[in-house]
Design a protein around this ligand. Structure first.
Ligand code: BGC
Length: 448
């Protein structure tokens, strides 16, 4: 089971690396191809646009070809995209390669949590899916370090190309990984499913679990997009989409990707100090994810989410305050407050909203509609990510720095209320028990 999680976790590494690496490479790319601001924006946004497409495709791919094969396909795309980016001879070719990488990321962001969620035993499922988030944070950190290492030589091709290494490892590893037992049952391949489940979860009651899975599949509606709007599913679909959007519109990627910029604006030393400060933030992001790994299956998703959102609200308020503090005579206070605010914010996100959104999206839906439902939620996540990326700098200029972070803070307060009122607790139950509890497989006509 750990091998399964570690392998597919490489997908998280590629997700984090490939979204993160562009911030250090973009300046050199602009020089090489002589790009203006808006052309460069297209290069940077290509990955996010690709990810939206990938998330759309992944719902169908995971249903038709299976979860494992879909991850294999994404690994191949990662390889082609990395090599294509590294060798690009024109901006157009680079954009094309980055869209491919984006599609791979979008597919991965759906297929990996789905695959881990379907293969993990219920009582460790939260922690196992959180390994995916851990890998994302490691990927972001490695990207910052690689950018730093190659910036003196302006080696943007290396920065983008190095992603080929984990992609090849993932491809090789997934070839021998087992298929998802729940997908196999859905395809009528019950004996294979049973054998795999017995191997992956030797301590569980195999007959009981197989019975639950078969019943879940027999009693839920078929998995096409229209079925998602059926009353029984609509509620959980809205929860998944809302949480996916909340993860982005509370500002995480402004802090992760503009941290150098924020530190510079807050008056921290020179550019190189600011880069090391960014490495520090990346490290805090990685380490704090362990808080989630430790607690997500013990105290549960809801308490962790609510605590984390409280911390994020405090952090955003502090960052805003650092910018609003009057006059340079207050000296170091502005930058210390900014750093404190960012640390509080990142710790809180990494321990809650970061992993738990991926966990919830993978848990809320019954097997037959899991792919398409996750597709809608994951697309919403990437679309919100793109919108925040395209609006952040404008918001800073139009609203002001303090006000922008306070705005994210206000959204975080609304999100906290939403979680408190609407988000169900999902810890410790099998995916099939959850379907029954959430009412997503209710079908009175079929009493098995
Ligand atoms: C989010 C990413 C974010 C990352 C930060 C992920 O869960 O989906 O948008 O960059 O966490 O660690």
């Amino acid at each position: 089971m750990l091998r399964v999680a570690a392998l597919s976790g490489l997908g998280g590494l590629l997700f984090g690396y490939d979204t993160g690496v562009i911030s250090g490479a973009s300046g050199f790319i602009a020089d090489e191809f002589d790009l203006g601001d808006s052309a460069l924006e297209v290069v940077v946004a290509a990955v996010l646009a690709g990810a939206i497409i990938g998330a759309l495709l992944a719902g169908q791919l995971t249903g038709r070809f299976g979860r494992r094969t879909t991850i294999l396909f994404a690994s191949a795309l990662f390889i082609v995209g990395a090599v294509g980016s590294a060798l690009a001879q024109s901006a157009e070719m680079l954009i094309g390669a980055r869209v491919l990488v984006g599609i791979a990321i979008g597919i991965t962001s759906l297929a990996v949590p789905l695959y881990i969620g379907e293969t993990a035993p219920a009582r460790h499922r939260g922690a196992m899916i959180t390994l995916f988030q851990l890998a994302i944070t490691v990927g972001i950190l490695v990207a910052t370090l690689v950018d730093e290492a190659f910036s003196a030589s302006e080696g943007w091709r290396w920065m983008l190309g190095l992603a080929v290494v984990p992609a090849i490892v993932q491809f090789g590893g997934m070839v021998t990984a087992p298929a998802s037992p729940r997908w196999l049952v859905e395809r009528g391949r019950v004996d294979e499913a049973r054998a795999i489940l017995g191997r992956l979860q030797p301590d569980e009651d195999l007959d009981g679990l197989m019975g639950e899975i078969q019943k879940d599949i027999a009693t839920s509606t078929a998995g096409n997009l229209r079925d998602l709007l059926a009353p029984a599913l609509r509620g959980v679909l809205i929860i998944g989409v809302t949480m996916a959007v909340v993860q982005q519109v509370t500002g995480i990627n402004t802090v992760i990707y503009y941290d150098v910029n924020i530190f510079e604006r807050a008056g921290i030393g020179d550019a190189s100090d600011a880069i090391w400060a960014a490495v520090f933030i990346g490290l805090v992001n990685v380490l704090s994810t362990f808080i989630a790994i430790r607690f997500i299956d013990r105290i549960g998703r809801r308490p962790l989410l609510m605590l984390g959102l409280c911390g994020m609200i405090i952090g955003l308020f502090l960052i805003g305050l650092a910018f609003a503090w009057p006059g340079p005579e207050s000296g170091g206070l502005i930058s210390e407050l900014a750093v404190l605010g960012m640390v509080v914010y990142i710790v809180s996100f990494a321990a809650s909203l970061g992993p738990i959104v991926w966990v919830l999206i993978a848990e809320l839906y019954p097997t037959r509609v899991r792919g398409p439902a996750m597709s809608v939620a994951t697309m919403a996540n990437w679309t919100a990510n793109l919108i925040v990326a395209l609006t952040f700098l404008t918001l800073l200029d139009e609203l002001g720095e303090a006000e922008t972070f306070w705005l994210y803070g206000l959204i975080a307060i609304a999100s906290l209320l939403y979680v408190w009122r609407k988000v169900p607790e999902t810890k410790g139950k099998t995916l099939e028990q959850l379907s029954i509890e959430l009412g997503t497989v209710e079908d009175p006509k079929r009493d098995l």
